[in-house]
Design a protein around this ligand. Sequence first.
Ligand SMILES: Cc1cc2nc3c(=O)[nH]c(=O)nc-3n(C[C@H](O)[C@H](O)[C@H](O)COP(=O)(O)OP(=O)(O)OC[C@H]3O[C@@H](n4cnc5c(N)ncnc54)[C@H](O)[C@@H]3O)c2cc1C
Length: 321
Amino acid sequence: MRKIGILLETKDGALKKTNFGVITTARGDDHELYGFLLNGGGADYKTELEAYGVHKIIEITSKKGPLDWNPVSWSRAIIQAMEHFGIQTLLGLTSAQGKELLPRIAASLDAPLVMDCMDINLSDGRVKKSQFSGKTVATIEVKGPCYLYGIRPNVFEAEHSPGEAELITFQTDPENGGLVVKEIRQDAARGIDLSEADIIISGGRGMKNSDNFRLLFESADLLGAAVGASRVAVDAGWVPHSMQVGQTGATVSPKVYIACGISGSVQHFAGMKTAGLIVAINSDPAANMVKKCDYYIVADLFEIIPLLTRQLEAIVRSNEQ
Ligand SMILES: Cc1cc2nc3c(=O)[nH]c(=O)nc-3n(C[C@H](O)[C@H](O)[C@H](O)COP(=O)(O)OP(=O)(O)OC[C@H]3O[C@@H](n4cnc5c(N)ncnc54)[C@H](O)[C@@H]3O)c2cc1C
């Protein structure tokens, strides 16, 4: 049996939905899946993880309980767990947390690491990832003592594969290497995480100011969507950076991406190109976003978005009756 480790992420006391796509892609007839949890709560998540086919849930703790967030001690704890359980392949998410942990683990193990994988074949070690702001897709074959992969959130559809999992506590007290976490600030963005969302409605320069983003939040609440933004909207201070989609922001793969008043620069597309369906609302028929989307509305977004919200409200009301 080949042992595959999966770095599981939680938020607000729940497993992130994007973990399940990673677990699904890690499955294989001769694979034994080890889910690493560092925030505690293994017993609470057991049923959910069993539904996706995790075989062993490794709850990594210190003598005092769950380890406080610290990228150095967490990565050292994961390495110790990998060595203890004989795991040479580790998968995680290319998320803020994954970007802190996976490169540290790879550097310590002198192992190859590919981040932002869009496709992965664990039997031949080949992965696909986009390059040059999404203009090309590279197929990369890695070879080394261990294999580490960061998966682009939401690229793999999660599928159930029910089984039974064993819950194991692995106690360790790794050094923090002198790195001290002084403060953890709550994300200023509200609502659903961009990387977790099935639907994203994003605004760009066409939103004109911060207040107008309220229109997007109203629609998003009804759609169960997250709100994103272009860099222009972020640089103007209308919304926090955590909402930025693109080359220097978040890379997202929702089922539907609705771009409102966003021209469709190469840098913006780099972050949302893999969306299942792209809808553009733009007053300029020549905008790149209009040319490259699946559906478009050439119109003033200040007419269309309130209309969309009213339609959604009517649907919600009729569903409630
Ligand atoms: C190194 C580098 C990294 C970058 N990283 C990113 C990144 O991560 N993400 C990112 O987004 N950008 C990034 N950029 C910036 C990028 O090049 C563009 O400048 C930016 O994406 C443009 O944002 P925008 O589409 O909101 O604005 P614009 O290009 O100005 O487009 C505004 C659009 O709104 C439409 N519009 C205006 N009013 C209305 C209305 N009332 N109704 C409907 N439509 C309307 C216009 O027709 C236009 O198409 C980066 C640039 C560099 C150099």
